[in-house]
Design a protein around this ligand. Sequence first.
Ligand code: FAD
Ligand code: NAD
Length: 404
Amino acid sequence: MKRPSVLILGAGYGGLKTAIELQKEFGTDEADITLINKNDYHYETTWLHEAAAGTLLPEEVRYDIKDVIDSVKVKFVKATVEGIDVDGKRVTTDAGDFSYDYLVVALGFEGETFGIPGLDKYALSIANVRAATYIREHIDYQFALWTTEEVKDDSRLTIVVGGAGFTGIEYLGELANRIPELCKEFDIPREKVRILCVEAAPMVLPGFDEALVKYAVGQLEARGIEFSIGTPVVEATPEGVMIKKGEDTTEFIKAGTVVWAAGIRGNRLIEETSIESNRARVKVEKDLRAPGYPDVFIVGDCALMINEEINRPYPPTAQIALQQAEQAAKNIAALSRGDETHAFHPDLKGTVCSLGEHDAIGVAFDRKVTGKKAAFLKKMIDNRALLMIGGFGLVMKKGKLNVF
Ligand code: FAD
Ligand code: NAD
């Protein structure tokens, strides 16, 4: 058997888990496995709303990649991928070029702004750990500036969150906890601060269980969050956002901070390859390979798979990225041994959406949960992701152990 070289791009949930699984699939010297990531740490994307609000520090949501991989079996390279040539089987990075027998693309998501004017320039997106830190510091700065300026501009204290999907709602839950602390720190009356969520669809968390959505909205409103529903953002400027109200009416909302959480796309590098994609997401084959490229696997948010039961794509989630990684690793091992690949079948365990540290809503194993029980479940889910990658050691080091 020829010793295969496997190149994994991205060390988020999909990429890092693929590396961990390949370590188990291959003995020492059976394969050359290289993992490339732009940072030498992994960050928990599912905790970024906490870092962006300031309820967790950036260092709390990340850990060193070398602490969880076996460096004898997996070579880690800190580099930024700049181009993927799937025809020439070469990947270009700022640390040199890499060739491969099998490629795993796990480069994650980017915020989608749908061509809405000004959003790319003036809105902030919870896209990675640095972007999350920037958002937190931007809000701190606006608050600090307000306290020091002679003629006070109260709009500095307005935070607009675009999108009431899971990211928007989880972020609002964190803000509802963090803003009273910030007000205390900066001697700002809480009533001066406005937190407004603007959603295009006629409901919050479109498509989710209505009773749970009602609970979430009630809880967030009671903690000072305002909602503007059925009012899409149509433009962003340095001063705020324009929202559409009805057919011919618009309203401008002046705001010191605009956070865009209204949708995602795959990594733009995908669009520069000859692989067919839609918003940089590749409709993968059942075994997770890219159509027409049998040596390229795509996992996580760059992959798109249809749930045939409802004829709609599976949502891009960490839950699915981790499961896809396991299957991709198995399939790469199978191919290298001359065996057949197997189809990926997601095992969906449910969805829990946090509303801050002590509250949440969710459906788990077909049962609805709210409040502290749901918040407990969310922390267990967060800890499970750590367990799946770094075992109990990582849970003890980085886990959410304060569960009550
Ligand atoms: P990621 O985990 O985002 O990893 C991508 C990796 O690629 C990163 O390490 C990045 O640094 C690296 N990378 C990117 N570009 C380059 C480059 N050019 N060169 C080198 N490296 C690069 N899903 C759930 O199931 N449950 C949840 O509770 C949940 N909560 C979420 C909360 C928030 C705030 C957000 C934003 C998402 C949440 N999701 C949740 C969705 C989930 O985080 C994603 O589906 C998941 O992270 C996808 O995994 P991935 O491996 O594709 O990408
Ligand atoms: P999303 O696409 O799920 O939600 C985006 C929201 O923005 C939608 O409600 C949409 O109607 C709204 N929107 C779109 N255009 C708009 C506009 N112009 N103005 C105002 N609102 C607009 O995106 P997301 O919330 O970032 O989630 C992305 C993925 O990550 C999803 O698959 C989600 O399931 C997953 N996720 C899961 C969790 C969890 O399980 N707890 C948490 C966060 C994210």
